[in-house]
Write a protein that binds this ligand. Structure first.
Ligand code: ATP
Ligand code: MG
Ligand code: MG
Ligand code: MG
Length: 430
């Protein structure tokens, strides 16, 4: 009999089905044995009655240890008191492998203990819920861009030059020459956008972050969109449409997972378009009013972002940052060149920056001047400057950090749970 998924049990009520999975837990009360099994899609309680199933199978069931792999056959019943809302009246049991004593029990464990066993920790219902939501978010993002006629154009992972700054680059040996792992696909995205109009890339990004925070990984996934003929305001509008699209999908399709995580879904449902937009200068005012000693021109740290976003119940765009603290390619505001036409999107509930984006410099001479100001070697950017030589147009883009988005939508304390195998400062096992 072909196996079915536990999450689809509603379609199988009263029928005999087979489930293949792993033993999560078991309880016994003399002549009845309860096997709680997970199959990756959910948990179900199988009920073995000694009299019905016979001595041998009953004894086999009793031997099962946590994480033993099993194939269960039985009749599906609705059972609201049981985990997942269903029960299986077991008619058949096949044991694939009896597991050795499992190191992760159903008791509380410290986070270091769990992190060292991440390859097993991901089997916990909470971790599976997070990874399923992550998957849903990735699908939703791709779908969003697909529906809007964007072309998926992957940017390279190995790059010859630094995109922004060298302090957070991972270096590698490229046949005797220095190369770096990509920190952002943006410059390449600008080139593909000039070819294809509207594009995005979605891939891993590498940053040798030097400090330990709850928000920074060394390897994370970023979806980066780049649009020819788009200005800063339309760029922000696209981002807010994307975020609400993703929230809608997660709320609609991950109700079970959100419940496992105890996420306050109302906070997500309350998020509506348009998102508030404030300037950097207005954000600085908010900080000063909150009693912070903050100097105009500095970049916000995580505590500042939390104070700013606490004034809003939705994600908030902070635009027009000081030119000094932003990348060389950001377009200065024609009305006030001390600031750039860039915007960060700060998530609510203290989740901080989830998107960085903005309009790019489209003028060749200005871009050359900025490269010189930043003391970057112009030769390395020869190809990039070509984009301003051959049909330059106003263009904008942004990068959304996937793991930050997962942390926010799942309501997680720490980014380490948002990716199957996190790469953190001084820690990359397993
Ligand atoms: P932060 O100020 O938090 O360090 P950033 O300004 O350096 O972020 P960007 O270069 O703007 O980040 O990258 C775009 C997005 O990528 C960020 O808004 C964030 O969502 C995500 N991101 C950046 N660095 C990391 C990291 N080390 N780990 C996980 N996500 C990150
Ligand atoms: Mg950073
Ligand atoms: Mg930032
Ligand atoms: Mg940023």
């Amino acid at each position: 009999m072909e196996a079915v998924l536990i999450k689809n049990f509603a379609q199988h009520i009263g029928k005999e089905v087979t489930v293949q999975g792993w033993l999560y837990n078991k309880r016994s009360s003399g002549k009845i044995l309860f096997l709680i099994v997970r199959d990756g899609s959910g948990l179900v309680q199988g009920v073995l009655v000694k009299q019905e199933i016979g001595e041998d199978l009953f004894a086999l069931g009793k031997q099962l240890t946590q994480e033993s792999s099993v194939r269960l056959t039985g009749i599906v019943k609705e059972e609201p008191r049981s985990v997942g809302g269903y029960e299986m009246q077991i008619t058949g049991l096949e044991v694939i492998c009896i597991a050795e004593e499992y190191p992760i029990t159903h008791k509380e464990h410290g986070v270091d203990f769990l992190a060292d066993r991440r390859h097993l920790w991901i089997r916990a219902p909470r971790q599976m819920a997070i990874l399923r939501i992550r998957s849903e978010i990735e699908h939703a993002l791709r779908q969003f861009f697909y529906e809007r006629d964007f072309v998926l154009a992957d940017a390279p992972i190995m790059t010859p030059a630094a995109c922004e700054g060298t302090t957070t680059l991972f270096e590698l040996d490229y046949h005797g020459e220095k190369a770096y792992l990509s920190q952002s696909g943006q410059l390449y995205n600008e080139a593909t956008a000039m070819a294809l109009g509207r594009i995005y890339c979605f891939g891993p990004t590498f940053r040798a972050e030097k400090s330990k925070t709850r928000r920074h990984l060394m390897e994370f996934w970023m979806i980066e969109a780049e649009m020819a003929y788009l200005d800063m305001n339309d760029n922000m509008q696209l981002q807010e449409e994307m975020i609400t699209y993703v929230i809608q999908r997660v709320v609609d399709r991950c109700a079970r997972e959100l419940k496992i995580l105890d996420r306050d879904v109302e906070k997500l449902k309350a998020i509506k378009l348009p998102f508030p937009r404030i300037s950097y200068t207005e954000a600085v005012e908010i900080l000063k009013q909150a009693g912070e000693e903050f100097v105009w021109g500095d970049d916000f740290g995580a505590p500042h972002e939390t104070i700013i976003s606490s004034h809003f119940n939705a994600p908030v765009f902070v635009h027009r940052y000081p030119t000094e603290i932003k990348a060389f390619y950001m377009k200065p505001d024609p009305e006030d060149p001390r600031v750039v036409l860039g915007a960060d999107l700060l998530a609510p509930e203290g989740y901080g920056e989830i998107i960085g984006g903005g309009q790019r410099i489209d003028d060749l001479a200005l871009l050359q001047a900025r490269i010189a100001e930043h003391k970057l070697p112009e030769e390395a950017f020869a190809w990039y400057l070509d984009l301003r030589r051959y049909g330059s147009v106003p263009h904008s883009g942004f990068g959304l950090g996937l793991e930050r988005t997962v942390a926010w939508l799942c309501g997680l304390e720490h980014i380490r749970e948002t990716i199957p195998f996190p790469r953190m400062l001084h820690k990359m096992y397993p």
